[in-house]
Design a protein around this ligand. Structure first.
Ligand code: FES
Length: 146
């Protein structure tokens, strides 16, 4: 029923755990079965530097979670957020049709974590901007008086 790759990732999942002080967190639940996944990422130079997951779910959910961390590690964010359920299933040499819904967690969890990172980065940028007010505290050069 399952491919050898699925079984291998299920028995020996990669990147299990949680990153301390992550840059992004994705938490998703599978509406079909109620299984859950948490994914944490570290981002450096717009790339996924590190990624870990915790999944409370079936064997296919664990194998797809493990595979998505392997695919995404080192990838630029713009590419990582395009990883589809099918990409993950294909990398595992396929999933049985009745288990395709299990790859939802991995794909959506990663996208959530990236979205969370972007939200925090945007907020940090806004906060930085606010630090410039009042103007006297800005580091921007003021025009020299003639
Ligand atoms: S049965 Fe829930 S993710 Fe597979």
């Amino acid at each position: 029923m399952y491919s050898e790759k699925v079984m291998e990732h299920f028995r020996n999942p990669r990147n299990v755990g949680e990153i301390e002080n992550p840059d992004g967190i994705g938490e998703v639940g599978n509406p079909t079965c109620g299984d859950m996944m948490r994914i944490t990422i570290k981002v450096k130079d717009n790339k996924i530097e590190d990624i870990k997951f915790k999944t409370l779910g079936c064997g296919a959910a664990i194998a797809t979670s493990s595979m998505v961390t392997e695919i995404a590690k080192g990838m630029p964010l713009e590419e990582a957020e395009k990883i589809s359920r099918k990409d993950i299933a294909d990398a595992l040499d396929g999933l049985p049709p009745q288990k395709m819904h299990c790859s939802v967690l991995a794909a959506d969890g990663l996208r959530e974590a990236i979205a969370d990172y972007r939200k925090k980065a945007a907020l940090a940028a806004t906060t930085e901007g606010k630090k410039c007010k009042p103007r006297s505290k800005c580091k921007t050069k003021s025009k020299a008086k003639a």
